[in-house]
Design a protein. Sequence first.
Length: 277
Amino acid sequence: MKPYLKAIFFLALLTILDLLFRKGYIGFILPFQLPQNFTVLLLFTLFTVCSWLATRGFCKRDEIEINDLGISFSARNRGEFFYGFLVGVGLWAIVSLIQSISAGFSWILRPDISLYNILYGLVFIFIADLGTELYTRGYPLTRFKDNFGANTAIIIMVFFVSLKSFSVGVESELLFYTILIPALHTVFFSIIYFKTKRLGASLGIHTGANFVTISIFDLRVEQANQAIPSGVFQPNVDLETLSLTALQLPWVFMAIIFIVTVYFWWSRKTKNSNNQT
């Protein structure tokens, strides 16, 4: 079977598991009752475990090791995860501050913050992002690359993520950003993955970015029993009074800058490697 067909089968399987676990369809038939946030954490953890098992299974059928995809707990991967996490925190914190200037609000300290909520949010985000990285990087991205090359592989994955992000009944402007921003992030994280040939850096940046935008600078409307507790800082105004475009454009512009920067970094290394060869 051609590599791209294997990637399609992998994505189809993980999409079904994503619907069952992360979209919560299987939650209705759990034989036990847990608080809502712990139930969601359990389902996301199950999806991540299934993603790892699926990756191992497909690698075994291809007679390769999962380490060949850069998925391991090696010292190199752990180090790249740590530095990637710091980069993600730093870059996305800057964007959050630019965002407040663009939209015309200030970040204020939430009065009921706790260390437990921050750490719980970090654990949840890490588990969720590990599942996403295994789902949309790792095996399928590598297999598409084997067939079509790295650039085309990224384009295919962007199309897949955009399709997955589409929602019926969402207002058009919100839908535009709901599709565009994950698509841009897919390009960015995929280039990082191809550049390093390991999952650690992309997972670290991904985790750091989401940690900052959820558990630190939090634009979500607070709800009872939300999966991840509210962040450290919140806007000083009602979110409904803010312009969606003013809120989202900083993410779009910064994502494009990040993509251009890492693309030239990646291309330069690839060119140097070819010259040495």
